[in-house]
Design a protein around this ligand. Structure first.
Ligand SMILES: Cc1cc2nc3c(=O)[nH]c(=O)nc-3n(C[C@H](O)[C@H](O)[C@H](O)COP(=O)(O)OP(=O)(O)OC[C@H]3O[C@@H](n4cnc5c(N)ncnc54)[C@H](O)[C@@H]3O)c2cc1C
Length: 419
């Protein structure tokens, strides 16, 4: 089992002895008959929940059951952007908690997750869009979150190669969050898995939940492809598979599953310092430390559980990229893939109990669940340990869809494919 502490000294020691002394990053556990808590889904949110249950609440008799392999879901498929530039009071404190946890994460879990606060710049292309960004920036600053409104000259100094004078989409300026940036996505999964495992959590891969066992109205465990596992409490953190797993407990949720694609180009010399998003279409781009341009756009727009996308959206994303920075037209695309998004009706997440006693829900992350990983784990752990919501997650209740208290960040109405 992994015990070593990563430090400059352990890296030097291993360099001298040909890296022969490293142990597996986490313990690959076999299921025990029963746990205090079973978390379904070994993505970022499930692993972070297990880690904070152990670290913050001292609950270590915990299993994370994952149907595939750690890092195989959206946690390893996203475009790695983290930010807390939200508008609504229900969202800003939650995402800012996440940003603060990112800032201390590598020290906390003793793992290099390549947290890089390289800045997130959202471009605006019209006066009305600028006004919307002024409002968003002010809301952020009122909550103590950093935000700067840049005019066109300031954007030109930062990213001079953009297509500023495109007659159709002229760039007027941008809203910048300097503390936003990127984090190496699969390192987040591996780092949380390692840190949770070190505190006694069992990480069980190739173990698919196929049903729930109940005693009257309470869940008492999960049926899995590796047998029955008893549990006093069960947390669902299965992202794009939420509707399917919830249906096994007889729940119908306000969530749709949609495909989102990501793209990586061949490696080129350093070109884009931070994250840039196009305001006249849906296109976002950054450059990985290996040199590939990492970019994406809209969801494919139809319901699916297939982790692959279709050509019209590839074309749409590339059009957005070409409108923003025509010079990327000469770069070759290296890789492309899809992930399944759990799109909620108002675009905001759910961290709550379910009507089934002992069963808890973490879902509805839409496009933006990676940045939420630390806060989601912390708040879900808090909910399960204390049986009450964390202070920054009080709005993320399931019954808001019944009472009409939607947290509609984009103002789109109940249209999950538009959030
Ligand atoms: C292409 C793409 C780009 C994205 N870009 C960003 C971005 O830049 N910034 C951002 O903030 N967010 C982004 N996201 C969203 C983000 O990745 C997700 O919201 C987030 O990762 C979801 O949480 P998770 O990590 O726990 O999900 P996952 O990693 O998908 O974890 C869920 C796990 O549950 C497992 N599971 C499912 N069913 C079962 C079962 N029956 N039994 C056991 N296990 C099961 C799955 O195998 C999976 O491993 C992006 C997503 C995609 C697809």
């Amino acid at each position: 089992m992994a015990r070593e502490h990563f430090s400059i000294f352990s890296i030097m020691r291993e360099a001298w002895r040909g890296h022969s002394g490293w142990t597996p990053t986490w313990r690959d556990a076999a299921p025990k008959p029963e746990y205090d808590v079973v978390i379904i889904g070994g993505g970022g949110h499930g692993l972070a929940t297990a880690y904070y249950l152990a670290r913050t609440f001292g609950i270590t008799n915990v299993a994370v059951v994952e149907k595939g392999w750690i890092g195989g879901g959206n946690v390893g498929r996203n475009t790695t952007i983290v930010r807390s530039n939200y508008l609504l009071p229900g969202n800003i404190p939650f995402y800012e908690l996440s940003m603060k946890l990112w800032e201390g994460l590598e020290q906390d879990i003793n793992y290099n997750a390549m947290v890089s606060q390289r800045g997130v710049l959202n471009l605006y292309h019209s006066d009305s869009q600028r006004d919307a960004y002024v409002r968003r920036g002010n809301a952020m600053r009122l909550h103590g979150v950093d935000a700067e409104l840049l005019d066109q000259a300031a954007v030109r100094r930062m990213v001079p190669f953009l297509n500023f004078d495109n007659a159709r989409f002229p760039i007027h300026g941008g809203l910048l969050q300097r503390r936003g940036g990127t984090v190496r996505h699969d390192a987040v999964a591996w780092g949380y898995a390692r840190a949770a495992s070190l505190r006694g959590v069992d990480i069980i891969q190739n173990c698919e939940v196929t049903g729930f066992r109940r005693d009257s109205d309470r869940v008492i465990g999960v049926e899995t492809s590796r047998g029955f596992i008893g549990a006093k409490q069960i947390g669902m953190a299965v992202a794009g598979n939420t509707s399917r797993v919830a249906a096994m407990a007889g729940l119908r949720l306000p969530i749709e599953s949609h495909v989102l694609q990501a793209f990586v180009s061949e490696s080129i010399k350093p070109f884009i310092d931070g994250v840039v998003t196009f305001g006249a279409g849906h296109f976002y781009i950054s450059q990985s430390d290996k040199g590939g341009l990492v970019f994406g756009g809209d969801i494919d727009g139809y319901n699916s559980y297939a982790q692959r996308g279709n050509f019209p959206v590839v074309e749409d994303v590339c059009e957005g990229g070409m409108a923003l920075m025509p010079r990327i037209g000469r770069i070759r695309l290296l890789r492309q893939w899809g992930g399944i998004m759990d799109m909620s009706m108002d675009g905001s997440p759910i961290i709550d109990r379910t009507p089934v006693a002992g069963l808890y829900l973490n879902a509805g992350w839409c496009y933006g669940g990676f940045k939420a990983t630390p806060a989601s784990g912390m708040c879900f752990a808090h909910l399960m340990a204390r049986d009450e919501p964390h202070a920054v997650a009080t709005a993320y209740r399931l019954n808001r869809f019944r009472t009409g208290h939607a947290i509609d960040e984009k103002g789109m109405g109940p249209q999950p494919n538009l959030h």
